[in-house]
Design a protein around this ligand. Sequence first.
Ligand SMILES: Nc1ncnc2c1ncn2[C@@H]1O[C@H](COP(=O)(O)OP(=O)(O)OP(=O)(O)O)[C@@H](O)[C@H]1O
Ligand SMILES: [Mg+2]
Length: 420
Amino acid sequence: MCSGDEVDHLRRRVGELQARLVELEGAEKKRLQVENELRESQKLYRALIETAFAGIGITDVEENLTFANSALGDIMGYGVEELIGINLSRFVEGEEYNRYQELTEQRLQGLRNAYETRVRHKDGALINLLISASPLADEDGEFIGVLTVVFDITELRRAEEELERNKRAYTDQLEAMVRERTNQLEEAQAKLIQSAKLAAVGQLAAGVAHEINNPVGVLLMKLKFLLSVAERENLTQNTMATLDIAVEQAGRIAHIVQDLLNFSRTPTDRPQSLNINERIDSSLRLSRRLLTDRRIDLHLDLHEELPNVLGDPVEFEQVLINLLNNAVEAMADGGELYLASNAEAGQVVISLRDTGEGIEGEDLGSIFDPFFTTKNFGEGTGLGLSISYGIVQKMGGYIAVESEPGSGAVFHIKLPGEGA
Ligand SMILES: Nc1ncnc2c1ncn2[C@@H]1O[C@H](COP(=O)(O)OP(=O)(O)OP(=O)(O)O)[C@@H](O)[C@H]1O
Ligand SMILES: [Mg+2]
């Protein structure tokens, strides 16, 4: 039997044990709750790491991979298990390797680094990665490895390169366009300068020609009168010859003055519809004798169906005769003359090619200038081409030359077809 004291003692003991049990139950509940929370948070982290777009890897102190998420496996072309244990240095090569070693050094000292690099994919291709690497430490601050986050930016870099290439191609194209426009502008400017020169000389010539025209006319008339008197008076051969020369030279002055007046004449008549082939025939009628005399063979190649052009028939023939005369004068020992007409995109193109002495490169830019001549004094005024230039320009066309000294010259005239 127990004494009353012993019973009390036992009752207290039971009470204490019951309280301890409640306490233990509480602690167990807490433990289970914490464990549950831990599991939940681990699940969350794993989900985060596994679904992350970035590749995530953890390396030990020797830079061997101890963890890799599936994105890292995808980026590098390996299965996740294959990656575990691989040393990072295996992916780096060439110049990148030196840099990799420098960065490893920094990480060992606890420094974080972010950089771009190129590494070898399992299939052998080089890929561009953006990497952020943070050193990991244990509770005592000891370095235990590196957490690396990796983005594959290969496509981005490729797109950038493509863009750069396109930009360059576009720039080249643009430069070519600018060059072409510049050439066109320079050509237009050259034409403008030429017409400005013509206009200035035209004005000057008109003034001088008007002044000289009448006195020259009077002079010529008086000389002819003197010549007729002299014929009657039976003067010496010598005096007669001198008078002849005087009449001839005065006639020449009158002719030049007339040329100048034509040159500066402002057109009053309406332009007519001209058939270029007919104009060519008519001009040749005047020059054929000259060509035969100078042993020049003419090759005609006239296109049958040319559009008509607008202009003054006499003026246009003057252009053709000027060009024919120049060609004849350039072929002192005979040669070949090719004269062709053609239709080209609504335009009429006339080409006149000779096998004469050709034009020196330095003269090419001046031959259309008024009074530019390479002929001996008294043999050329240097007005033929500038007058022709003015006439063609008035018809809305353009005249150009190509020539190599020693191998002849070719003149092209382009005229807009009527209604074009
Ligand atoms: N077919 C050609 N071959 C070689 N040189 C040429 C030819 N046509 C023109 N030239 C050159 O161009 C210059 C200018 O010609 P342009 O017809 O204006 O004057 P010119 O013939 O000298 O004199 P003008 O015609 O007034 O009598 C000539 O002096 C000559 O040097
Ligand atoms: Mg001439």
